[in-house]
Design a protein around this ligand. Sequence first.
Ligand code: AMP
Ligand code: GLY
Length: 425
Amino acid sequence: MKILVVGSGGREHAIGWALAKDERVTKLWFAPGNAGTDSLGENLPLKATDVAGIKSWCEKQRPELVVVGPEAPLCAGLVDELSALGIKAFGPNKSGARLEASKIFTKDLLVKAGIPTAISARFTDLAEARAYCASQPYPLVIKADGLAAGKGVIIASSLAEADEALDQIMAKKVFGTSGDSVLIEEFLQGQEASIHAVTDGTDYVLMPSSQDHKRIRDNDEGPNTGGMGAYAPAPVVTDSLLATVEEQVIRPIISVLKSEGIDYQGVLYAGLMLTPQGPKVLEFNCRFGDPETEVLLPLLQTPLLDLLLATVDRGIGKLNFELKKDSAMTVVLAAEGYPENPMMGAVIHGLVAAPTMLFHAGTTRRDDGKVVVSGGRVLAATGVGHDLYDARRQAYKIAADIRFDGKQYRLDIGKKALDLIESGK
Ligand code: AMP
Ligand code: GLY
């Protein structure tokens, strides 16, 4: 089978890695891929956001399956375009991807379906938004409605900070039209966890629970990033909590999407806050998380190809879906200056001896064959073991063996999980 993977991050390298193991996969392309994916298949000079370019390439090459990794091409309607060509593509169409493209759209669906979520108000008028903020307790959460590369959520600790956030989003338009509307939400407290469901629109399977680490520095300090590490499964998500999430979140979102006339296939990634009142939805993403994918795919017993095909062919109900009993952890190695001002170009050493579970993200192979830093998140060092301790040992061994100028990574990935395990001993 010939498959195109759209994207260039650790997520797409992990997807390619899981597919390349499969004897049925005869050819892999990546649009555009990175210095890790080029040893699994062919990197194409096509950006993930180049919907027209990918469409016309697909029209000529006719891949048998396209796996769309990031949200931008999903929100721009790549799957609709490919479906119109009769090409199977994994991921929601444009109307389904609104789950990630519009926080207000999603909040409306959550409320309609009775899914637990933060109480909120929405505004298109700056003065009205300000007046509302003046009447609320703090902290208060201000969200730009549209896509903002993970930066559109501001937790304001005072009215002055809320005013500043509204000014940036609604007046200065730092996120462009994504800030035409804002959602203002009550602040929820608790641990965060992610649940990835894969659905064909009717049936679904659940990937292991996971936790991301969004801040750049240890102890959750410093600015937000795309994610500095992850582990799965997350011990904070007990079997009974998972059952609650299925009943209160996953089944109702699938059924409300259907009743809205949205034919949703692909990933439903629920970002949850585990509050004392139970799990509440912070957000939905319409694709696999990054770096979560790097810990989820190594835990699949069922071949990834079977899961992807069952999804696009609407056959998840008949899929024999199994997970490994193992645990996985991934530690992101980031470039100097990330997230504000990542420095590009440092040569990466230590790759030759690296095991296969070192997923590339912001890497490029130069003409002289050297692999250099070309993005903020550079590599995801991943360990899989019989428990989280074992997975952590392996991930940090790989992380330490890689060398490049300015390398930064967190030393406390998984600490919350290990503390929880220790406290139960
Ligand atoms: P989102 O993109 O909506 O998931 O928001 C990004 C991050 O902001 C989340 O991972 C949380 O850490 C935080 N956040 C979002 N909404 C809330 C909320 N209502 N209360 C507390 N923290 C929140
Ligand atoms: N790791 C967070 C995300 O993929 O949205």
